[in-house]
Write a protein that binds this ligand. Structure first.
Ligand SMILES: NC(=O)NCCC[C@H](N)C(=O)O
Length: 403
C-alpha cells in the first residue's frame, strides 16, 4: 500500500514538501509557427533558455526544502514494468489517424525502444521523417510536417494534467486535443510507479472535461473550480460528486470564468498566497460569481450565484478574504495578468514564487507582506503559464488556522 502521508494536499498554501515538475525538452523543439497555435503556445520558445529558467525554478524550490520530482524520471521508472509499457503503447496505437498498416509499423518501432527512449518518444512525439515507413498509404499521404505521434509541449504545465485533492489524485480530462496525451502519461505514472502503489484516482480522463488549473483548494474540504474555456460545468458537477462521495470535500464552488484564452483557467485570475489572502486580477475580483455546491441526501444542492469572494469566505469560515490586486493601472494589470502575474505558487503561507517580469504585481505582494521568490520566465511564459501552472503539489503540510 502507498504511504498515504507521502501524498496529501489540502490547501494552496500549506508548506510545500513535494512537487511534480516537468523539465521541458525535445517536445518544445517541435514548435514551429506552423503548429504552435494548435499546440497552444503563443510564441516559439528558445528551448535552452527555457530549460535554464526551469532549472532556476526547481532550484528555488529545493532551496526552500521542497522535494522536486521530475515527470520524465517517474515515467521512465514506470515504463520498466511490462504492464505500463503495454498501456503506453496501446494508448498511442489507439489513434484513429494511423490506420492498420502504419499502426503495425509504429507498434514495431515502439516495441523496440527501451524505457528511456520510449519515454522520450511519448513526450517528444515522432515526426514523419523519423519513422521510415515509406510504402503505406497513410504514411505516404501524410504531410512531412505531420507527426505520427504528437509531441506534448503542454506537459510543462503539470498543474493541469493531474491534481491532488487530499490523499487522492484526480487524473484530469483535458479539453484541448493537443493535451489529451498528457493525462495518459500521468495516469500511467500513478498506476504503475511503485511510489504510488495502491493509489486509486478520484477522477480519470474518461470523465467530463476538468483541468487542474481550474481547481483551487481554498481550505481543507473547500474547493473552487473554474468553468470556462477548459473545465465544463459537467466537469465541475462530476468532480463535486466524486469528492463528496470520497469524503474529500464538503463544499465545491463552481466559478464561471470568461471563455477566452486570457482566462483559460481559474488560476490565471486568482491564486492564494495565505490562508485568507488571494491575488486577483482587479477586473474580475469583484465581478466573479460562484455557485455553492454541497451534498444533500446523496444529491447535489446548488445555491443561487453570489459574489465569489463572499461565497468563498463563508465556505472557508472566514469573515472575509483579503485581496491583493495585480497592478495599479488597468493597462499594467492587463499586461501582467497575461504574463501570469496572478499565477503565483505558494511555498508556504506568505511565501510565493512569481515571475520577476511582473514588477507591479510583485510590488503589491510585497507591500502586503508576502515574500516573493522571483524567477525568470521570459521563455517559459511563451506557453502562457506561471509558477502555479508549472507545478503539481503532491505533499503539503496542513495549513495553519486562519488568524
Ligand atoms: N493552469 C494553467 O493556466 N496552465 C497553463 C496552460 C498553458 C497551455 N499552453 C494551454 O493553453 O493549455
Amino acid at each position: 500500500m502507498a504511504d498515504k502521508h507521502q501524498h496529501r494536499v489540502t490547501s494552496e498554501v500549506g508548506r510545500l514538501r513535494t512537487v511534480l515538475l516537468h523539465r521541458p525538452g525535445a517536445e518544445l523543439k517541435r514548435l514551429t509557427p506552423r503548429n504552435s497555435d494548435k499546440l497552444l503556445f503563443d510564441a516559439i520558445p528558445w528551448v535552452g533558455r527555457a530549460q535554464e529558467e526551469h532549472d532556476g525554478f526547481a532550484q528555488a524550490l529545493r532551496e526552500r526544502g521542497v522535494e522536486v520530482l521530475y515527470l520524465t524520471e517517474l515515467l521512465q521508472d514506470a515504463l520498466e514494468y511490462e504492464a505500463a509499457r503495454e498501456q503506453a503503447i496501446s494508448y498511442v496505437l489507439d489513434d484513429k489517424r494511423l490506420g492498420d498498416q502504419l499502426r503495425r509499423v509504429v507498434k514495431g518501432y515502439l516495441d523496440g525502444l527501451d524505457p528511456e527512449d520510449l519515454s522520450h518518444t511519448l513526450i517528444a512525439g515522432l515526426a514523419h521523417e523519423e519513422l521510415k515507413a515509406g510504402h503505406g498509404l497513410v504514411y505516404r499521404l501524410m504531410d512531412r510536417h505531420d507527426f505520427v505521434i504528437d509531441p506534448l509541449p503542454g506537459l510543462l504545465f503539470t498543474r493541469d494534467n493531474s491534481a491532488w485533492i487530499g490523499d487522492r489524485v484526480a487524473v484530469t480530462s483535458l479539453a484541448m486535443p493537443a493535451r489529451h496525451g498528457e493525462s495518459a502519461i500521468t495516469g500511467l505514472i500513478y498506476a504503475h510507479h511503485p511510489r504510488f502503489a495502491g493509489l486509486e484516482p478520484v477522477y480519470d480522463p474518461s470523465l467530463e472535461h476538468l483541468e487542474g488549473g481550474d481547481i483551487l483548494l481554498l481550505s481543507p474540504g473547500v474547493l473552487a473550480v473554474g468553468t470556462g474555456e477548459r473545465t465544463t460545468p459537467a466537469g465541475v458537477e462530476r468532480l463535486a460528486r466524486q469528492v463528496f462521495d470520497a469524503g474529500l470535500a464538503h463544499t465545491v464552488l463552481a466559478v464561471p470564468i470568461a471563455q477566452e484564452r486570457a482566462t483559460m483557467h481559474l488560476d490565471t485570475v486568482c491564486t492564494m498566497v495565505d490562508v485568507d489572502t488571494v491575488v486577483m486580477y482587479p477586473p474580475v475580483a469583484h465581478s466573479l460569481q460562484a455557485f455553492t455546491v454541497t451534498s444533500a441526501n446523496g444529491d447535489l444542492r446548488v445555491s443561487e450565484p453570489r459574489q465569489f469572494l463572499e461565497a468563498a469566505a463563508e465556505a472557508m469560515g472566514l469573515d472575509r478574504l483579503k485581496v491583493i490586486d495585480t497592478g495599479l493601472d488597468p493597462v499594467t494589470a492587463e499586461r501582467e495578468q497575461w504574463d501570469d502575474g496572478n499565477n503565483t505558487l505558494a511555498v508556504a503561507p506568505r511565501l510565493a514564487v512569481a515571475y520577476e517580469r511582473n514588477i507591479e504585481t510583485n510590488a503589491q505582494l510585497e507591500a502586503a507582506g508576502i515574500e516573493v521568490i522571483r524567477i525568470s520566465g521570459s521563455e517559459l511564459g511563451s506557453g502562457r503559464g506561471g509558477p502555479r501552472c508549472m507545478s503539481c503539489p503532491i505533499l503539503r503540510d496542513a495549513p495553519p488556522p486562519a488568524p
